[in-house]
Design a protein around this ligand. Sequence first.
Ligand code: VGL
Ligand code: ZN
Length: 198
Amino acid sequence: MQALIVIDIQNDFCPGGALAVPGGDEIVAGVNTLMAEFDAVILTQDWHPAGHSSFASSHPGKAPFDLIDMPYGPQVLWPDHCVQGSSGAEFHPGLNTDRADLILRKGFRRGIDSYSAFFENDHETATGLEGYLRTRGIDRLTMVGLATDFCVNFSAVDAAKLGFSVDVRQELCRAIDLDGSLAAAMDGMSEAGVLLHG
Ligand code: VGL
Ligand code: ZN
């Protein structure tokens, strides 16, 4: 069984959004088309409470894209984005959400970020997605979405480490690319055994 995992195609990650990924909206039509090829489609949704610890605004004297040390490790600080219930947190209006079997929200604990769809940024706190996939007999994953070098990267590497076969369709992903983060992500995914397509 094969699932398409669509990562964070939300207004705030698209042009005009609070943490816009260049070309983020260009992938929407292609992702919709690809959905037809899968047994299951799962959407993830970045879903932060106001005042989340990944927001630079929660750390006096810090600016977006600064790096800080959190109890669970280094953390990039972001502009406020994907605040629960806001229009920025909604999916891009062109995304076919009707086809989704599951919408998995992440990043909802104030004190910890969650790039990966499987584990929060302590690499320990599970989101429950692994159990969902295994109990449905899904063993092959294709990932698309935003951003290649953060949430797609962390999700793909975790999935490969958990033993899923993982394919990332690069032409249906877009990157933030902060200080070489895209190149590092590509290396990390390859090393973990993720297949990079396109
Ligand atoms: C993401 C930064 C902060 C992502 C989410 O979806 O890649 N990046 N929150
Ligand atoms: Zn976020």
